[in-house]
Structure formats: structure tokens, C-alpha cells
Design a protein around this ligand. Structure first.
Ligand code: NDP
Ligand code: MG
Length: 382
């Protein structure tokens, strides 16, 4: 049976890899709904190539532009706006949704999909970071299959083992673009350099978050919610080659890791095919070209946002939302060359210092705090 997939964030980096997977696996998967923010050219071209019956653009609000786009593509069914996306996710028929929306905009869609009891292949890490406590309550209704490579690795390594047999989760990190950059050069880091990842080809936000390693703090929070593990049992280590995607330590002292050349098509295919595996030629791993697999601890001086992120994770409540919003805003200021790379952490810390904790926040509270603290962090720049 062909699996019908709703793909959100179709025009992004994960979206592109998903189309490569679907192109190879057309006997198994069909995209029946695709959504993006505003890249209508790319979305419509994909719709023609993959015969996607329903499209949504959430970020185009001008009615004139909307009718122009519809007129250019008379054969396509195109909807506009976030509320349209959310109601289509409620009403359309699909077997699985892959949420690869970038940033905090992805959280509402995750809720809607799980509420309906439809399996969610989740790339959008912000859904769990901001609303993990709420989504965890919905896990009983529908399953989340992780797409983030580290979590896919852990999910695969755990397999059918019960939680009582797990001792620790060890999340690997590449170390990002500045693992070997002398600390004294950090103030002069440019956006162009921060936007280049040594191993992975990803969207801008996740690439920048890898350079600061805030991404790894987000992934520790993701793992906490996905695998119901306390923070004391989740560790992160640097593994510069990005071949071992994460490790599970079992109570008998044994470790299982998932390995492959670093390419998101592997975890995407697994999330779509789960619980089966399908034959694929998309990613090949040559171990002889990776003769040295090494590990390092995470240096607090080089990666202060990682350690700040761990503190915030343990505080829980609204604080992960505040921190994620502040990081998004500080990154914006950095990309606009208004602040330096090393100032990002100060801006985030100052935003956190001015925040008030809210325990167990509801979705509306999370969305409001997300906007409020994004703005507050921007305003620190005067
Ligand atoms: P990109 O920035 O490359 O793409 C983001 C996608 O989301 C685009 O299709 C964009 O549309 C769409 N989008 C943004 N806002 C909205 C919205 N409000 N409604 C609908 N669509 C929207 O991001 P990535 O593909 O790199 O990452 C996506 C998510 O996956 C992130 O949460 C990231 O952390 C996570 N992730 C990514 C990995 C990677 O390898 N890239 C690895 C692990 C996790 P448009 O093009 O029109 O702007
Ligand atoms: Mg990852």
C-alpha cells in the first residue's frame, strides 16, 4: 500500500531530501499535501513534478499575489495562511505527516497532527523544545517518529528494548564550524563563516545553532521528551566525523550506535518506512574513508550556549521557549551584523535574566511568550 504523506516545510533542506527519498521510493510513498511559507515557485514546481494535489503557502498574505499565483498554475489547488494549513491537516486524508517547518512556527502543526492520532515524523525540534510537556501527553494517541539524525539513531538502537534496560543516551555532536578556531578569533567570526557546516548540509537556523552548539542543547531536550529520560541520563559528546549518530548505553554496559555517512536521507527514509526498512541506494558509507572516529568533551568556553541550554532545560516550564526565542532574535542581530558572534550568548543570557518562569504553560502561553521574548531580545540592541 502506498503511504500518503503530508510534507510541511517542503521547500527547505529536509523537504528537498524528502523529495529525493520519495523519488527513489515512489512505489511506497506519495506526497498528498505539501506546505511552505512563501517560496511559491519551488513549491509549485515540486507539485507539478510529484503530482501533489493540495498545496499550502502560509506566508503569502496579499490577496493580489495569491490570485496571481493561482492564475499561473490553474491545475494546482493552492491554499493560503496558517489557519488553512491547520484545518487541512484536520480534514485531509493522509497516513503520516513529516513536519520539517523551520523554527517555532512548526509547533501548532505538530499538535494538530497528533490530536488527530496520525503518526508524526518530526524534524521540527522546536515542537518538543517548546511544547514537549504538552506533546508528551498526546504520545498515547499517536506516535512520534524522530527525523533528527541523533534521535533517529537512538530510536533505532533502542528498538524493542524496554526503558528499564537503558542506562544512558549519548548524543553525538560534530562540534560545528568553529571546533578548531582559536578562541581569540571568535569576536571576528562573520555570518558567512557561521553559515558553513563542516559535515551536514542544512537550513540556516540549524547550521548557526550547530556553530554555537545550542543545537545540541535543543537535542538533549528533544531526547528527554521523546524517550522519557531524565536529564541526568542524557549526555552529549563531540564526534567530529559525524558517522556515529548517537549511542544508547544499556544496563549491562553494552553500547549500540547507529552509523552511516552523514546524510539526512537515511533518517528521513527510516521515519517514512518505519516499522519496515526499504532497499535504498541513496546513501553509501565507506568506512575506509573514515578511518579515525574520535570523541571529545564539549568545552564550556567555546560553547557557552550549550551549557546555558542545559540549565534552561532543567528549569523547564516556559524557559526553553524564552531561550529559543532569544537565540532566534540574537542570531537575527548577528546575521544583520549588529552584534558579534560572541555577543549572541550575552543577549540570550540577558533575555533569560528578565524572564518570569511559568510552570506547565499552555500552547497559547507558549506562543505568546515566544513572540514577547523574541521582541525583548531584539530590543536589547536599542
Ligand atoms: P529550512 O530553513 O531549510 O526550511 C524551512 C522550511 O519550512 C521551508 O520549506 C519554509 O518555507 C518552511 N516554513 C517556514 N515557516 C513556515 C510556516 N510558518 N509554515 C509553513 N512552512 C514554513 O530548514 P531545515 O529544512 O534545515 O529544517 C527544518 C526543521 O528541521 C528545523 O526545525 C530544523 O531544526 C530541523 N532539522 C533540520 C535538519 C537538517 O539537516 N536540515 C536536521 C535535523 C533537524 P519557505 O521556503 O517558503 O520559507
Ligand atoms: Mg541533529
Amino acid at each position: 500500500m502506498v503511504k500518503r504523506i503530508a510534507l510541511l516545510g517542503a521547500t527547505g533542506s529536509i523537504g528537498s531530501s524528502t523529495f529525493e527519498v520519495v523519488r527513489e521510493q515512489s512505489q511506497h510513498f506519495r506526497i498528498t499535501l505539501a506546505a511552505a511559507a512563501s517560496n511559491h515557485r519551488k513549491l509549485c514546481a515540486l507539485a507539478h513534478e510529484f503530482h501533489i494535489p493540495v498545496l499550502v503557502l502560509t506566508g503569502i498574505h496579499d490577496p493580489l499575489v495569491q490570485s496571481q499565483i493561482r492564475a499561473e498554475h490553474p491545475g494546482l489547488k493552492i491554499y493560503f495562511g496558517t489557519s488553512e494549513l491547520l484545518s487541512l491537516l484536520n480534514d485531509q486524508d493522509y497516513d503520516l505527516a513529516l513536519n520539517a517547518i523551520g523554527g517555532s512556527a512548526g509547533i501548532e502543526a505538530s499538535f494538530r497532527i497528533l490530536e488527530r492520532g496520525i503518526p508524526l515524523a518530526l524534524a521540527n525540534k522546536e515542537s518538543l523544545v517548546l511544547g514537549g510537556h504538552l506533546l508528551a501527553k498526546q504520545f498515547k494517541q499517536a506516535r512520534i517518529i524522530p527525523v533528527d539524525s541523533e534521535h533517529s539513531a537512538i530510536f533505532q538502537a533502542i528498538g524493542k528494548h524496554p526503558k528499564s534496560e537503558l542506562r544512558r543516551l549519548i548524543i553525538t555532536a560534530s562540534g560545528g564550524a568553529f571546533r578548531n578556531t582559536p578562541l581569540e578569533d571568535f569576536p571576528g567570526i562573520t555570518p558567512e563563516r557561521a553559515l558553513k557546516h563542516p559535515n551536514w548540509d542544512m537550513g540556516a537556523k540549524v547550521t548557526l545553532d550547530s556553530a554555537t552548539m545550542f543545537n545540541k542543547a535543543l537535542e538533549v531536550m528533544e531526547a528527554h521528551w521523546l524517550f522519557d529520560m531524565p536529564y541526568s541520563k542524557i549526555e552529549a559528546i563531540i564526534h567530529p566525523q559525524s558517522v556515529i549518530h548517537s549511542i544508547v548505553e544499556f544496563i549491562d554496559g553494552s553500547h549500540l550506535a547507529q552509523m552511516s555517512y552523514p546524510d539526512m536521507k537515511i533518517p528521513i527514509l527510516y521515519a517514512l518506512s518505519y516499522p519496515k526498512r526499504y532497499a535504498s541506494e541513496l546513501v553509501k558509507t565507506d568506512f575506509l574513508s573514515h578511518q579515525n572516529l574520535s570523541f571529545e568533551s564539549i568545552d564550556p568556553q567555546r560553547y557557552p550556549l550549550f551549557y546555558l541550554g542545559l540549565d534552561v532545560a532543567r528549569q523547564g516550564g516556559i524557559m526553553p521557549t524564552v531561550m529559543n526565542a532569544a537565540v532566534e532574535a540574537a542570531m537575527q542581530l548577528f546575521l544583520q551584523r549588529k552584534i558579534s558572534f560572541t555577543q549572541i550568548c550575552h543577549y540570550v543570557q540577558r533575555t533569560l535574566d528578565g524572564a518570569t518562569q511559568i510552570d506547565d504553560p499552555a500552547l497559547d502561553t507558549i506562543l505568546a511568550a515566544n513572540l514577547e521574548y523574541y521582541q525583548k531580545c531584539l530590543e536589547l540592541h536599542g
